[in-house]
Write a protein that binds this ligand. Structure first.
Ligand code: ADP
Ligand code: ADP
Length: 243
């Protein structure tokens, strides 16, 4: 039994009186605890599919369930952590204070079993920000802000993380460092991750499963199971230089 089950899902948008198909008859099964990437040309429906999984958008046809519940139920039970292209950080708060935002806006996070929440300091250390706990966002580079966004999504304890091109605005080296850090915390915290990207390198490096979408309105053209061991050897990219 798969965890996220997407059956025959279609989605259309109307714009200036014209219908655009964003997804057509999408079938997809995602296992619990797996890392899945959606890749494909711009406009192929990746973000739409991600938003549908996250309960932020309704479907026109088909069925979607996550552990037997609807995306909307999962959303209101705060089962998703979301990492956008550029995370929203409050400029008047330190890095550590920014980590607390999800808990302040959602009492449900607070109500959660302590065990499920993850120590924010530990998470910031694991993404190389241990020396920046009390820094303000304006003191951080783009890559560092992105790391706060990732650490914050993990801190909520939400079992499913949805990431929409989180590395697309970063240079190549920063991206490689973040990929490694993401892989490390993912392996440690065992969440289901759905990751939208334009980058084949990111998809292959990070995923258990790569879903290749076609620009013919929102169809899956291939699903690739990555059976190769991931590249985990830190010496290859020397992250220590980026602390
Ligand atoms: P991707 O993330 O792969 O770039 P999207 O899921 O954003 O693709 O978009 C898929 C298609 O749906 C595109 O043709 C896009 O223009 C259209 N689309 C997405 N969101 C909306 C919206 N809110 N209103 C109208 N059209 C939309
Ligand atoms: P970028 O996004 O600019 O490529 P990274 O996020 O990869 O940068 O950061 C590279 C390293 O440079 C950081 O780990 C940190 O040690 C250092 N660094 C970047 N910006 C600052 C800053 N404003 N203050 C102190 N150190 C910084």
């Amino acid at each position: 039994m798969s965890y996220i089950s997407i059956k025959n899902v279609s989605k259309r948008f109307i714009r200036r009186g014209q219908w655009t198909e964003a997804l057509r008859n999408v079938h997809l099964e995602i296992d619990e605890g797996s890392f899945v990437s959606f890749i494909g040309p711009s406009g192929c429906g990746k973000s739409t599919l991600l938003r549908i999984i996250g309960g932020l958008m309704e479907i026109d046809d088909g069925e979607i369930s996550i552990g037997g519940r609807s995306p909307l139920e999962m959303q209101s039970a705060k089962q998703f952590g979301f990492v956008p292209q550029a995370p929203a950080l409050f400029p008047w708060r330190t890095v550590l204070q920014n980590m607390k935002i999800p808990f302040e806006v959602n009492r449900k996070y607070n109500a959660r079993n302590e065990k499920e929440q993850t120590d924010p300091i530990e998470l910031l250390q694991s993404v190389g920000l241990g020396d920046f706990l009390h820094a303000y966002p304006k003191e951080l580079s783009g890559g560092m802000k992105q790391r706060v966004g990732i650490a914050r999504a993990f801190a909520t304890g939400a079992p499913i993380l949805l990431m929409d091109e989180p590395f697309s605005a970063l240079d190549e080296i920063t991206r490689e460092v973040l990929m490694l850090q993401l892989m490390r915390i993912w392996e440690h915290h065992k969440k289901t991750v759905v990751f939208v990207t334009h980058s084949l390198q990111e998809a292959v490096y990070l995923s258990d499963k790569v879903v290749v979408m076609s620009s013919r309105p929102g169809r899956i053209s291939n699903i690739i199971d990555i059976n190769l061991p991931r590249v985990r050897d830190e010496s290859i990219i020397g992250t220590e230089d980026f602390r």
